[in-house]
Design a protein around this ligand. Sequence first.
Ligand SMILES: [Zn+2]
Ligand SMILES: [Zn+2]
Length: 131
Amino acid sequence: MELVGGCVCGGTRYVLKSRPLALIDCHCIDCRRSAGAPYITWGSVPRDDLVITKGEPRKIAYANRIRSFAACCGTHLFFEDTKDSEMIDVTIASLDDPAPFAPQKVIFLEDKLPWVALDESLPSFPKTPQT
Ligand SMILES: [Zn+2]
Ligand SMILES: [Zn+2]
């Protein structure tokens, strides 16, 4: 099984060697601003299962986290807690076929925009499940 994705212009491409897990919609302000969208759907893979096959993401350190964007066109691609964290998060919408990866949880509800309609069947958390 091979899952592939990349940026809007095609200059940056990646392969996932395992299915993304822990699928969440994050409504936090940082995700919103960095994507220029109301929220981001994330999935996690072990760091070793993410292979960049074309281009080079530009890493931006912000708020003690590292966000990666396609250097060619700015598409938001990845998120990591630290440069050596075990798992790395991938923007599900950057996959060529995001359809099978529906979110399972909603986090940072406290930052959600009032006009975003939630799927009430999903568990939701004011911040994260840990806080
Ligand atoms: Zn690009
Ligand atoms: Zn977020």
